[in-house]
Design a protein around this ligand. Sequence first.
Ligand SMILES: Nc1ncnc2c1ncn2[C@@H]1O[C@H](COP(=O)(O)OP(=O)(O)OP(=O)(O)O)[C@@H](O)[C@H]1O
Length: 297
Amino acid sequence: MSILSIQNISKKFGAVQALSGVSFDVPQGAVYGILGPNGSGKTTLLGIVTDVLKADTGSFTLFDQAASARQRRQIGTLLETPNFYHYLSGYRNLEIAAAIKQRDKNDIARVLELCGLTARQHATFKTYSLGMKQRLAIASVMLGDPEVLILDEPTNGLDPAGIAEVRELVRNLAGAGKTIILASHLLDEVEKVCTHVAILRNGKLLLSGSVDVVISRHDYLELGAADNEALKSALLAYPGCTSVQLNGNVVVAVFNASPEPAQVNNYLAQQGIWLQHLQLRKKSLEKAFLEITNDPA
Ligand SMILES: Nc1ncnc2c1ncn2[C@@H]1O[C@H](COP(=O)(O)OP(=O)(O)OP(=O)(O)O)[C@@H](O)[C@H]1O
């Protein structure tokens, strides 16, 4: 089942084309990261999906059906930091949130436990660390046990400890079977928790799919031979090899798809080149992202 299927969504604000023809599918159980530089349209997209904004054109389905109020109740949304009362306890703040959202008060103990706040539930909000404050915000979203969570920049403004806490919580929620859609520009964080990504730039979708596939498009080989010049020439003639560069003692070869080291080795042996060094290198999502978003094509 597709939790969210976005089809060809476009949105303009005056002269600004915030989104143009964006389509992708979020499978059940995914931790789906929506990535993009500032102003790329992430918040606009989440706003449309959560009914805060209307798309100019295009459509989307939730749980394989046209979006309705019933389906929206299965989605917990955190688009901006909620206004908690600083002088009230975490527990009392959740009581107020439950009343506003018409969720059962009996669910409060469960979400506090889920978000690791049981021990501090009666302390006032103002005494919480930044990470605890954000975990309380996520606890509030989890009231009523929604199947899907939509989080906009959930680690924004947090210190490294807070980021780690929120990352752990997202992992736990995903482990419990929730589907999580989160917008972020913190690539390292996304790489650590997300199973899938959609990369936006200037409102256009550049790439979407599983993180492994997106990153593996940017795998490259490091090779070394007695004659690195002959190695370079042979590699340039290899199908799919797009660039070859001598970097110190090693030749770095980039391909248009993830290379198969054994096949490359075999091919080079047939050309009479015996390798002394062969290693498949993986780029981080951050590097892959920078290449994808900086690519003028
Ligand atoms: N209400 C609005 N009125 C006019 N322009 C808007 C409005 N909301 C967004 N925009 C513009 O639309 C584009 C996309 O903005 P959006 O906030 O969706 O990007 P974003 O990827 O979430 O950015 P950030 O990471 O900075 O939050 C930007 O150029 C922004 O200035």
